[in-house]
Ligand binder design. Sequence first.
Ligand SMILES: Cc1cc2nc3c(=O)[nH]c(=O)nc-3n(C[C@H](O)[C@H](O)[C@H](O)COP(=O)(O)O)c2cc1C
Length: 392
Amino acid sequence: MIRYLTAGESHGEALVGIVEGMPAGVPVTASYLDGHLARRWLGFGRGGRARIEQDRIHVYSGIRFGRTMGSPVALRLDNAAYLRDRSGWPEVMSVEATDEPVEKITLPRPGHADLAGVQKYGFDDIRPVIDRSSARETAMRVACCSVARRLLEEFGIEVGSHVVRIGNVSAGDPAPAVDRLIREGGARALYGEADRSEVRMLDSDASRRAIEHIVETRENGDSLGGVYEVVVTGVPPGLGSYVHWDRRLDGLLAQAILSIQAQKGVEIGDGVAAAGLPGSQVHDEILPGLSRRSNRAGGVEGGVSNGMPIVVRGYMKPIPTLIRPLGTVDLRTGEAQPTRYERSDVTSVPAASTVAEATVAMVIANAFLQKYGGDSLDEIRGRYEREREAGP
Ligand SMILES: Cc1cc2nc3c(=O)[nH]c(=O)nc-3n(C[C@H](O)[C@H](O)[C@H](O)COP(=O)(O)O)c2cc1C
């Protein structure tokens, strides 16, 4: 079982992470992790921070000569925003008590964690809530989960994603392009193609319209959400289980998506549409050789992978920080006030899709280790190959 923890505030000095439970012998390099971190910054519609941060991972333990050692992998990512704004932020998020006057933030933004956070922890300043609830944390999550993702790649399991909707602009039916790309090069070809679009869409006409929509929305001082699809290829049948609720792969995938800030819906395969269709148009017929005529189930039946690509959609709400103010209440005075604007994205759906790839990879890696696990890559490979040869 691979576990990971992240710590760090958005405007603190750094984010740190620990990945525990990785088998020994898995090739992992800092540049591999940096590659996935760079993909998290992709996307038209990101705010000022995207231009400031240049994530470079520092690896402190758990990897020797480019391979994991089975010991915890400790990671650090500096917050360039902290270093650049050095004059302001160290006092604002100072670890030591400070005599400097620090302005309190007392206008909670609707849709963000601000009000719920101060109510929960009893703060009279929203800053600590903003700093930890912010999606800057997802950078370390991508780094930690990418360590596990590297294990999957050793077994030909790839995770990719693409954006299917931003605001009211939808890509046309993406299925033919997704099928072609995964036939050509698995989920890696899928994410390679999506990364070429500024909004990570496979449909160039929809990409152009989505960019126009983002520009218009920014001019109106508003924000957008959207939908993306994560696809995992090369998954063997038999990951997860129907025998207990917390071993169901679909349940674990849903948690992985909803654990990401601002993700409010999840769908496996045809999920939402399937609820309105007769069974004959939903279930995937089984063909001789145990292949399927279709993959509407999204690769999971009974909480178990069925050997088809796993397809998970995530639904992201619009970003809560708007240039155009919304109504709120000043926590200091109790009076109605407009919200105040802080540096923010107009939409982060392309970025969220790459974070979702990472969190999905961690779920698949753990399900894989539950079935084929061992202390080293060689041990796992031996088990995997034996079972795959013997399997149906
Ligand atoms: C990749 C990513 C980037 C985000 N960027 C912003 C942002 O710039 N401004 C903002 O207000 N919210 C942003 N969010 C959303 C907030 O972090 C999120 O809405 C907030 O933490 C409250 O959590 P909830 O929406 O799950 O209730 C982002 C989310 C993700 C996944």
